[in-house]
Every structure is written in C-alpha cells, then in structure tokens.
Design a protein around this ligand. Structure first.
Ligand code: FE2
Ligand code: FE2
Length: 182
C-alpha cells in the first residue's frame, strides 16, 4: 500500500539534489528536454511575437478609410498583447539560463510569421490572420515538444496559443464584417 507522501521518493535525496548546481537556477535534474533546443524554440517564438508586434503597429498606423476605426483599435490591442507574449517568453528564456535574442538582424529569419505590410485594410487583416495561423501551428508543435519534460514552458506556450486563437478569430470576424460592408 502506498504510504502518505511516498510520491516524492526520497525527500533527503531531493533536498541534496536541489543544493547541487545551484548556478543553474530553475534547471534541475527533473528538467527533461534538451535545453539548447528549448532555448532555440523559445527564441524563435520571441522573434515571431516581435515581428507580430511590428506588423500590427504598422497596420494600426496605416489603416485608413471609413471602416478603419474599429479595426485600428483591434490592431493596437493585438500589438499590445503580442508585446506581452514577447516579454513572457524572454523572461522564460532567462529562467532557463539563456539569453533572449532581440537582435534585429535575423529577426525575420528566426520568426515563423512574416512581416507583410498590406495595401488595403482587407489585405492587412488577411495578412494578420495568416500570421496568427502560422503562430498557432508552430506553437502547437512547441507545446508537444515541451510535453512533460518542461511543463512550465508548455503552460506558457499553451496560454499564448489560446490568445493567438482568439486573435485569429478576431481577424476572421473583421474580414466577415468587411465583406458584408461593400
Ligand atoms: Fe502572440
Ligand atoms: Fe496573435
């Protein structure tokens, strides 16, 4: 019969292990994914978010026309949320002993989503929808990679993924509204 608390096999051993390699911060022996790969993926997500911030900002400033008011507000709100995601991911990278790569050089190559300016309001919304769909795909893959080996990164990316799904939905709704308006 299982004893109370026996799911933690050996509390003495656990305490001893926690004292070893303290310079590794949050990384313990329980960390089960390849750290270099984790950092690479998180830096790609950081680039993806940063490119999304810039694209939404561009769209916010460039949106004009009779239908642009509500759309502008949506672009700005999304830009702010993508910035929050970028910050959360950068924070996680430092927890894992890595360095957030915010070097503008290579940002677009590291990013999974693209930076497309778009001519018309409809083009902009379509490009944002495409970018969100790319983020959804690539974050879903990252979540599978982190799995049980790095549950904190997994939960972070799950939280962000849920937001990207909302964003995609928002863009789809805007497109529908624009369709009905001309
Ligand atoms: Fe995001
Ligand atoms: Fe998004």
């Amino acid at each position: 019969m299982a004893q109370e608390g026996s799911f933690i096999s050996d509390i003495k051993e656990l305490r001893k292990r926690a004292r070893q390699h303290m310079d590794q911060g949050a990384i313990t022996e329980g960390y089960k994914v390849d750290r270099e790969t984790a950092l690479k993926l998180l830096n790609e997500a950081l680039a993806t978010e940063t490119v999304c911030v810039l694209r939404y900002k561009r769209h916010y400033f460039m949106a004009t026309g009779i239908h642009s008011e509500g759309v502008k507000a949506e672009f700005l709100a999304h830009a702010g949320e993508e910035q929050q995601h970028a910050d959360q991911i950068a924070e996680r990278i430092t927890q894992l002993g890595g360095e957030p790569n915010l070097n503008p050089e290579g940002m677009l190559t590291r990013s999974h989503s693209e930076y497309v300016e778009g001519e018309t309001l409809v083009d902009m919304i379509k490009e944002d929808l495409v970018a969100e769909r790319i983020a959804i795909e690539s974050y879903s893959e990252m979540i599978r990679f982190f799995g049980e080996g790095d549950p904190t990164s997994r939960r972070l990316m799950e939280e962000i993924l849920a937001k990207e799904e909302e964003h995609a939905n928002d863009m789809r709704d805007l497109l529908h509204r624009m369709d009905g308006s001309h």
